[in-house]
Design a protein. Sequence first.
Length: 192
Amino acid sequence: MNSISFTMRPAVVRGERVFLSPMMREDVRRFWEWLHDEEVARYLLIYDRVYTLEDEMEWYERARRSGDYHFSVVTAEGELIGNCSLMKVNRRDRNAEAGIAIFNRDYIGRGYGTEAMKLLLDFAFLRAELHMVYLRVFAFNERGIRSYRKVGFRESGRIREARLYRGRYHDVILMDITREEFLEKYYSGGVD
């Protein structure tokens, strides 16, 4: 199963080249297969664990009940290429942690992740009415950091030598964006 037909998937938020669709149970097998691609998985904060398909299915069931928002990232042509989420949603303080993964190598580094993150923020600020979204990223993930900055995230902190990867400790960078910053950038004549 390499793709799911465009006509079969509802779009929650639609962009030019991708849309966010509710995550479907059948997507989980493909995500699990992609998690075994070390070149892709090395940038994920969950890189250091071996996941079985059963682990992924259990995660999916927990995620569905969590009150968080989990989406599949799908191209305009209907190809599943990754996922993104708003996790740890704090409704009282109106914030959440964002996560994204473009797993399909054919779409990495070509702007699809940046567009998907912008759509996730559209959802966060305009539909879920959040005030702030934050994320964590490995300092060595330069491409990801550039993408997050392009969307409007700012570095807000750094946890030094927080993660051990391939025998070396790496910093984790904290980034965030507020609703006001997002609206100013995208809906008040701001420049991309």
